[in-house]
Ligand binder design. Sequence first.
Ligand code: G3H
Ligand code: 13P
Ligand code: ZN
Length: 285
Amino acid sequence: MLVSGKQILMHAHENGYAVGAFNVNNMEAVQAIIEAAEATKSPVIIQASQGGLKYAGVEYIAGMCKIAAEKSSVPVAIHLDHGTDFKQIMLCIRNGFTSVVIDGSQHPLKENIKKTKEIVEMAHAVGVSVEAELGKIGGTEDDISVDEKDAAYTDPDEAVHFVEETKVDSLAIAVGTAHGPYKGEPKLDFNRIKVIKERLNMPIVLHGSSGVPEESIKKAVSFGINKINIDTDIRMTFHKSVKEFVDKNPDVYDPRKIIEPARVAMKEIIAEKMSMFSSAGKAWR
Ligand code: G3H
Ligand code: 13P
Ligand code: ZN
């Protein structure tokens, strides 16, 4: 069942859980996500980055995700991850995405507000929901010193002002996670999550969630996170499975035989995440 991002995230916000938003670049990942969502009865967000759309083509990604959503017994939203380009966002909406990000976090606040507002007006006119980003989420390679943390993390007052001005449906916040594999254990600013949630009282989003320990994820959900983005853990699972298969079966050249175990392995790790996020059993019809 294809639904808007807002429908899924408001249900999570009102019922105190987080929906997994999993990145896809190919058919097997789309299928793994849907199979995991159906097995655990979870609402789910399938998302593609601008890089993913460049790799597979927006029509292919949208086509696969729409078929997956329409055939599925659980609520599914199709989401553009880290959109920065007006034209790309328009193209995604035209191709049936039900949710988009306008990531203006690299710009000064005023410009971020202006860019986000533009997208919100256009997207809301056609029933598409919008996530925005405030603060610097960064990559695990970007070491943020203790002094820099306050400047990099999302400021609660700024978040309130930003949401009032832009009318976004959800906000991605910087609270200590980063994209890609972590070198050490990430330390999340749980108090900041709690304060932002209390001040905004709306769906809030955690990026860079691969490799974050289960306990921290559960605590973040209990403090109000409603959407959890996972990419790297799926990529690593895919890579491990394909590598193991090819190492063991160097003469097998049929891509179906090589990739099938990876599809199963991706489904398993995604289903585990769904239970961890408390979205399992929350699907409605
Ligand atoms: O948050 C970023 C996602 O992991 C997407 O990465 O731009 O390499 O597709 P990508
Ligand atoms: P990870 O690759 O660290 O899981 O981050 C995913 C993400 O935030 C996608 O927007
Ligand atoms: Zn991200």
